[in-house]
Design a protein around this ligand. Structure first.
Ligand code: ADP
Length: 490
């Protein structure tokens, strides 16, 4: 094969990495997969934008700064570096540019956001061309990095041949096809960063992910079921991408995400008042009671009913449009349970949650913010987590919940279908309808009365392995495959 794991150099490029900057599951994956690979002996490194106010000290890299051409002028870009954690010497690089990358919050609104990440693609490629570190593999994540494959493909060979190596192979991971900008080619033309061949043909608009998929060597997505759904265009939004993925199906893989099990750990956790000592019924009860008591000090509900939670970004994808009416129906009939919802996102969904909490102040608490310590407490204290997603590429919240003794109620879609077996590991419902979810919640309420059954599901889930161990091995195989096969054969 000629390529050995030991010598593999993999550069991850993305928009988030936990715990430095995290908005959702993408950040979790970047904070854990490279770490798992690093522990398996791969030279894994990560490159992200240097946003304002990062949660980490960084130092100027010896590599210094370069001038990068974009929108008909040159822009100074500086490289900074740090490590993921004191004990884990996995290098993380940050690109700084005050005009495009280093001001405001990580994600901006509208065209400013698109310009930010298109500039990031350009600046990252500029650095890669001039950098002494030449990765074998560039592993890209989601639309923010969409133009890097095209830019590398069209980058002059002499930049890559200085160390006698060919251009790196490119793996592109689709985390969520729901986020895929489509813009007029004129908009990209004005930014003057792509070769004219990408912009002169029909149609008039350009689809970010389609461009990335076309020019990448291997494409992956974050669960086997989401892969199938994308190939079938199950969500009826992306026929062109489905067709393209079908065309490239021999190099399209579904690898289930893992989580950082040393961070999402109830045996050693600084956010919880009490850590789990033993996974017996009484050990679990003690753990949950302490977490529950701590949680109810912070909120104005009575601690005497089964507790359901929702944790997630408040967007259409997450299924609040069936969750809110299901809760209203049940609570109007005075079903006895509490629900705490934690999330932020679209303003109209935030408002709906706030008014639900006002309407049922004895049963509903809405926490409209991003609050990581509170999330840990919720996972530990709750009896059930509801994940009613319209679609869910992988979903990490259900895996985290299971490691924290909360039983998932999930819709059978994407990674939720791959991670939960109905009745054995949680409650699974199929139709994206209020009544189907309502039935699932009622099922949970009757399960709650059967303490023996509850404990047996919790104990089973606690033993499950959601680490990156297996997923990282699969990625190493894909990296080796990408390197061993000629570009046109992939
Ligand atoms: P997605 O990738 O669509 O955001 P995932 O289920 O894959 O959904 O991952 C969500 C991650 O973000 C989890 O780590 C979850 O705990 C975290 N999270 C989401 N919303 C919040 C919030 N408001 N406060 C704290 N953590 C949150």
């Amino acid at each position: 094969m000629g390529v050995r794991k030991k010598t593999l150099k993999v550069l991850f490029i993305a928009s988030e990495i936990a715990p430095i900057v995290k908005i959702g599951g993408l950040g979790d994956v970047l904070g854990s997969l490279p770490k798992a690979l690093f522990k398996q002996g791969i030279d894994a490194r990560v490159l992200i934008p240097r946003y304002q106010d990062l949660n980490l000290k960084v130092k100027r890299s010896a590599m210094g700064s370069i001038d990068c051409s974009f929108k008909n002028s040159t822009h100074r870009v500086r490289l900074y570096e740090s490590h993921l954690a004191r004990k884990i010497k996995l290098p993380i690089y940050f690109l700084e540019n005050f005009e495009y990358l280093t001001s405001g919050s990580p994600y901006l609104k509208g065209k400013k956001n698109l310009e930010r990440f298109i500039f990031f693609c350009t600046a990252a490629t500029c650095f890669l061309e001039r950098w002494g570190f030449k990765p074998d593999i560039i592993h890209l994540h989601d639309w923010h990095t969409s133009f890097i494959p095209a830019l590398i493909k069209n980058s002059p060979d002499h930049f890559w041949e200085i160390v006698g190596l060919p251009k790196p192979k490119i793996i592109f991971t689709i985390h969520n096809l729901g986020h895929n900008p489509v813009v007029k080619k004129k908009f990209l033309k004005d930014l003057n960063f792509l070769p004219p061949s990408y912009l002169e043909t029909k149609p008039k608009s350009i689809d970010f992910l389609q461009t990335a998929i076309k020019d990448s060597d291997i494409i992956t997505t974050v669960s086997p079921t989401y892969k199938k759904e994308l190939l079938k265009d199950k969500h009826k939004k992306t026929p062109k991408i489905s067709a393209l993925l079908k065309e490239k199906s021999h190099s399209f893989y579904g690898v289930l995400n893992g989580i950082d099990t040393s961070y999402w750990n109830i045996r050693k956790n600084r956010y919880l008042p009490y850590n789990l000592k033993i996974s017996t019924r009484s050990g679990i009860n003690k753990f949950k009671t302490k977490a529950r008591n701590e949680l109810f000090k912070k909120i104005d509900l009575e601690n005497d009913k089964p507790l359901f939670i929702f944790v997630g970004r408040l967007y259409h994808q997450k299924g609040l449009q069936i969750l809110i009416p299901a809760l209203e129906k049940l609570l109007a009939k005075s079903a006895r349970f509490n629900i705490i919802l934690l999330g932020e996102g679209q303003k109209e969904i935030e408002k709906k949650l706030t008014s639900l909490a006002k309407k049922f102040p004895k049963s509903v608490h809405a926490e409209i913010k991003y609050n990581e310590p509170f999330a840990h407490l919720l996972y530990a204290a709750s009896d059930f987590i509801i994940v009613p997603s319209l679609f869910e590429p992988c979903g990490l919240v259900q895996m985290i919940a299971m490691r924290y003794t909360s039983i998932p109620i999930v819709r059978k879609t994407g990674g939720l279908a791959d991670t939960i077996i109905d009745e054995k590991e949680g409650i699974v419902f199929e139709k994206f309808e209020t009544d189907a979810l309502l039935k699932a919640i009622k099922k949970a309420l009757s399960l709650f009365k059967n303490k023996r059954e509850m404990t047996s599901i919790i104990k089973h889930n606690l033993k499950r392995d959601f680490s990156w161990q297996h997923g990282a091995k699969k990625y190493v195989k894909l990296y080796i495959r990408a390197l061993s096969v000629k570009r046109k054969d992939l």
